[in-house]
Design a binder for this molecule. Structure first.
Ligand SMILES: [Fe+2]
Length: 229
């Protein structure tokens, strides 16, 4: 568990630390998001393939009496594993069979990959001047499959479990994405609403006040370098 001197690790494991160090190393060497993601992906693939670093509790929904602080929906868990200021977050998203997230954006670069079960991802694009969404494509993903989030492209999606078991995806984001204000979309109404997803296991201070948010984590140097927001 996280030590008092290292609160960034909500969950601590040598493989997780090794991965975070890799992200830091490549962020120092790569100024653009695509180059950063090129360099991080091999380590991300290793993380998706390994079981030892991710305990059962982060692959499941919380127990019924658990104080769930997430806002994705009652049947969805978002377990924060690592968080670094406003610049980086690693978490799992757990959806039981048949459950789906709202259509939402991230406002940050990221990698999302399957660790267990199967998910259908539906990707959308937002018109520059409005709330209207264009449905781009669907992809069904199994263990080890992953994709990039690179705003403004590939930033809006909905996720649904299509397996008989819960799906577990691992998310690396270039922002504390559970605690920033982003957007949820009602595609039937062409409506967009402010959206703070929270995390199941960790409070969001900004979410409680609704102030001091909005960090568009699209620049790896800005968000992982010394000159933080
Ligand atoms: Fe997402």
């Amino acid at each position: 568990m996280a030590g008092a001197d290292d609160p960034e690790y909500v969950h601590d494991h040598p493989r997780l630390r090794e991965f975070v160090e890799t992200v830091h190393d490549v962020a120092d060497d790569h100024g653009s998001v695509p180059a950063l993601l090129d360099a991080v992906e091999p380590a991300f693939e290793d993380l998706l393939a390994a079981d030892d670093w991710l305990p059962e509790r982060y692959r499941e929904l919380p127990p019924e009496d658990y104080d769930d602080r997430g806002r994705m929906g009652d049947d969805i868990a978002q377990w924060l594993l690592y968080r670094e200021d406003e610049r980086l977050a690693l978490f799992t998203l757990v959806l039981p069979p048949g459950a789906a997230t709202p259509v939402h954006d991230h406002l940050a670069w990221g990698l999302v990959g399957l660790h267990g079960g199967r998910q259908r991802e539906t990707f959308y694009r937002r018109a520059d001047d409005g709330t209207e969404l264009t449905r781009l494509r669907e992809e069904e993903m199994g263990r080890g499959d992953y994709y990039r989030l690179v705003p403004p492209e590939n930033d809006i999606h909905a996720v649904e479990t299509v397996s008989d078991e819960p799906s577990v995806s691992v998310h690396l984001l270039g922002a504390d994405v559970g605690c920033i204000e982003r957007h949820a979309y009602d595609t039937a109404e062409d409506a967009v609403d402010p959206f703070v997803s929270g995390y199941t296991n960790v409070e969001c201070e900004v979410a409680a006040t609704g102030e001091g948010h909005s960090h568009a984590g699209t620049d790896p140097e800005h968000h992982l370098g010394d000159d933080t927001a």
